[in-house]
Each structure stands twice: as structure tokens, then as C-alpha cells.
Design a protein around this ligand. Structure first.
Ligand SMILES: NC(=O)c1ccc[n+]([C@@H]2O[C@H](COP(=O)([O-])OP(=O)(O)OC[C@H]3O[C@@H](n4cnc5c(N)ncnc54)[C@H](O)[C@@H]3O)[C@@H](O)[C@H]2O)c1
Length: 365
């Protein structure tokens, strides 16, 4: 390891280690990478191992990798990989609020730990899954670019912003971190999540007939399908080093910034008979940002997104109906991460540092 230069890697069969491979994005990303011919390994604590549409996990090398915590990896675990895609994190903003300490420990310190090991093991490229949440309450209608100020509002967003800073300091001739600030992701995955905005609105519509918004509908969000996120990661993995070395990319699709009320209207159209409902004084979530995806589109034109929010709402509607998901299901530990982590804590399946105590976690059902 370490002798091969990181230049034009487009046609190579890469060995890629994906942390958090058993999560919402990870399960789609590993499929996309495998279909592109790359060799995939995985590291995941298994918090959500029996959650989702298709438990138990499919039998592939990544999905069947032994469960382990990124905080406990050693340099030997990173040796022999061409690239690391670091997805493992406590996400999203509400989950991050469970404990500032865990969120810092896993999302910030954990990411820096893995990146240092990767650099020391001779891994050339390190893709860090960051978030547009770092923009916080932008306070402007102008679309934010990668050079706009970050204003993280939550422990989750702070952990991502701090990790970006520390990882950038590790960049060097033999090690290229790349920062992918994902928009709010939607769409089906074997590890489907009901706690992200578009998926959540469709869950409400399909199971109750009411599209329930937990804001006044005015905040802006950039939306991106989980398959398009995965294709963006694939593009960055195989791009020439000079195009991506130590660069930040907002990951999303031009024209796919929406106010939450627009999303609710899209969902109403996708689920005929449903109507919009508002939770009075829901408060809490102050995030409000519109994001530009011009850099990704111009710097890496090979990335061709295929989805829009309206098509995604129909896809999720059909998936929920086919699986017979109920309101209790989507609000419970099978599809809502905060509920799942609370279940693991209550069952004593994790220790005081949120490390899994045993291989088989508490059942999600
Ligand atoms: N889903 C979104 O809307 C979104 C948006 C922006 C950014 N992101 C980022 O993308 C990444 C993946 O998100 P996701 O939606 O797939 O999340 P997810 O919660 O579905 O998956 C994360 C995975 O990481 C694993 N994990 C957590 N802590 C770990 C640890 N200490 N050691 C090993 N594994 C650990 C979990 O078991 C889980 O399988 C995250 O870094 C997230 O912050 C997601």
C-alpha cells in the first residue's frame, strides 16, 4: 500500500472501505459501488442492524462484515484500502441532541481518528459525509456556496463543521480528504428512515392521510435522493485528484431547494386524498438554508443526478404501501433513529459510551 499514485483512477477497480455501510445511505452506496465494479468493505456498529425493510441484512461481503465501532479501529484495519468513505455517525440533528458528548466522540473525534489511521496506512482518498446542516439558519434567500459562512446550530452540525476543519488539516501530497455536504436525503433504502423531511411527510400522508409539518412550512431545504448521493460519492471517488483534493462539495441537484410547505404540497399530490396539517408551536428546528450545487455540476460533470422530490415522494409512497408500514412503525425504532437508540439504551444493549455490548442488539420490533 502507499506506492500507487492517486491520479487518474477512473477505470480502476478500487478497494473502498465504507464506514457506516449498514445505514440508510450506506446500504444504497455499497450497492452502487459494487455495481461499478469496486471492492467494498464495511465497518458498522450495528445500531440499526435489524431495522428497515429487509432485515436480516443481505448476504454480501460488506453487509456481513463483523460489527465494530470506528472509535476502536487500528491502523491495521485501514491497511490495504485505496479509499475510505466515512459515513458512520450519529445522525441527524435530533439524534445529535441525545448527548453532546456521544455526538462529539463519534462524529468529530471518531472521524478524525479514522482519517489519521487512513493517512498513516497509506489510504489516498478519504470522503467525509458532511451535511448542509452546517449552514444552520442562513438568514438570506441567496443560495449558499461552499465558501459561504457556516453557522451550525445543533450538536450534530457542530460535530460535522469541526470534523471538516480537523480533517482538512490532515491533507497532504499522499492523502486527500474530500468533504461532501449532503442535502436532506430522501428515497427508499433497505435501511429506510422516516426521520428525514420528505420521507417523514410521505409516511404521515400514507399512514394517516394528513401531511403533518413540524415547522410553519417556510424553512428552505435542499433535497437529494439517496441514489443520487451515492452516485455523487462514486464520482468523487473516481475523479482525478486535482479536481477533489481537500475540496468541499455541496451534494444535491440544481433546482431542488424547497420550502417545507412546497414539499407538503408535493406529497399531497403524490398521495391523493391526503391534506396538509400543521403542528402549532412545534418550534425547535431553526434550520433554514438554500444551497447552490453549481460547483459539483461544473467541477464534476460526470455526476448526473436522476431524481426530483416529486418522483421520490411517489417512490416512497409505493414502498411504504408495499411493506404495509403503519404509523406506529414509522414513528418507532424500526424507522426512527432516535427511538431506536433509546430502545438500545433502555435495553442495556449499549454501554455508557454508546458502544454495542453484544453482537445482537435489541430487536426493533
Ligand atoms: N440522511 C441524510 O439526510 C443525511 C444528510 C446529510 C448528511 N448525512 C450524513 O451521511 C452519513 C450517513 O447518513 P445515514 O443517513 O446513512 O445515517 P444512518 O444513521 O442511517 O447510518 C449511519 C450508520 O453509522 C453507524 N454508526 C454510527 N456510529 C458508529 C460508530 N461509532 N462506529 C461504527 N458505526 C457507527 C450506524 O450503525 C449506522 O448504520 C452520516 O455521516 C450523516 O451525517 C446524511
Amino acid at each position: 500500500m502507499g506506492a500507487r499514485p492517486d491520479t487518474a483512477v477512473r477505470s480502476e477497480r478500487l478497494r473502498v472501505l465504507v464506514t457506516g455501510h449498514d445505514g440508510y445511505i450506506g446500504r444504497v452506496l455499497t450497492r452502487v459501488l459494487e455495481e461499478a465494479g469496486h471492492v467494498i468493505g464495511g465497518v458498522d456498529s450495528g445500531y440499526y442492524a435489524d431495522c428497515g425493510f429487509d432485515a436480516p441484512a443481505r448476504a454480501d461481503p460488506a453487509a456481513s462484515a463483523p460489527r465494530s465501532d470506528v472509535r476502536d479501529l487500528t491502523v491495521d484495519d485501514l491497511a490495504g484500502w485505496d479509499a475510505v468513505v466515512h459515513l458512520a455517525a450519529l445522525c441527524n440533528d435530533p439524534v445529535g441532541d441525545l448527548s453532546n458528548e456521544w455526538t462529539h466522540d463519534i462524529n468529530h473525534a471518531g472521524a478524525v481518528h479514522v482519517a489519521r489511521l487512513a493517512r498513516d496506512a497509506g489510504v489516498k482518498r478519504f470522503l467525509f459525509a458532511s451535511s448542509c446542516s452546517v449552514y444552520g439558519d442562513a438568514g438570506t434567500d441567496t443560495e449558499l456556496s461552499e465558501t459561504s459562512a457556516v453557522r451550525p446550530l445543533t450538536a450534530y452540525a457542530v460535530s460535522k463543521a469541526r470534523a471538516e476543519e480537523d480533517l482538512a488539516a490532515l491533507a497532504g501530497p499522499g492523502f486527500s480528504p474530500v468533504f461532501l455536504r449532503n442535502g436532506s436525503v430522501y428515497g427508499l433504502s433497505p435501511r429506510f428512515r422516516a426521520d428525514i423531511v420528505l420521507n417523514n411527510l410521505v409516511c404521515w400522508a400514507v399512514t394517516t392521510g394528513q401531511v403533518t409539518m413540524f415547522t410553519d412550512g417556510t424553512p428552505w431545504r435542499p433535497l437529494v435522493h439517496v441514489e443520487d448521493v451515492s452516485r455523487a460519492f462514486l464520482t468523487v471517488l473516481t475523479a482525478p485528484r486535482d479536481a477533489v483534493h481537500n475540496e468541499v462539495f455541496n451534494v444535491g441537484v440544481p433546482g431542488e431547494n424547497y420550502q417545507v410547505a412546497d414539499l407538503a404540497a408535493i406529497v399531497c399530490s403524490a398521495v391523493p386524498g391526503s391534506r396538509i396539517g400543521l403542528v402549532p408551536h412545534a418550534g425547535g428546528d431553526m434550520r433554514d438554508y438554500r444551497v447552490s450545487f453549481a460547483k459539483l455540476a461544473s467541477r464534476l460533470p460526470e455526476f448526473t443526478p436522476r431524481w426530483c422530490a416529486a418522483d421520490g415522494a411517489c417512490e416512497v409512497r409505493d414502498g411504504l404501501r408495499a411493506a404495509g408500514v403503519s404509523q406506529d412503525d414509522f414513528q418507532g425504532p424500526r424507522f426512527t433513529r432516535l427511538a431506536r437508540l433509546r430502545q438500545l439504551i433502555d435495553a442495556g444493549a449499549v454501554d455508557s459510551s454508546l458502544r454495542m455490548r453484544q453482537v445482537e442488539g435489541a430487536s426493533s420490533r
